[in-house]
Design a protein around this ligand. Sequence first.
Ligand code: ZN
Length: 141
Amino acid sequence: MVLPAWVRDLDPDRLDDVRGWRDPKAPDRGVLLVPTDDGPAGVVLRAATGATRAAAMCALCRTTHTVGGVALFAASRRGAKGRQGDTVGTYICADLACAEHVRVETATAALKPAPGTTVDERRAGLRERAAEFVAAVTAEG
Ligand SMILES: [Zn+2]
């Protein structure tokens, strides 16, 4: 896993946003860092082949993108289920930059934040839904 420069500068103890990146050397792989009540949690993601064929909404930050802006990612479950190949899949911004997208104030043709919400509400919702995703991945049994 290759870490982008900005990731090496991250202080995990001060993580207050969901941060994600695609591996520059293996673009079908990515990582999501999620602040949770138990501290930052990392989830390794694998992108399913083929982009969405229509506009789609990210399940974590609820930003709507035009074609190709959202991808289906799968994370292996922890424990015995993961070893059997069980995964949790969800649609996420293809660039995994949800934290940047929730800060977009004005919708553009390519990128529409959830309507009727403030940046703070979108950031909080992103953290909440990402933490739920982490809980689904790490749930045992
Ligand atoms: Zn997103």
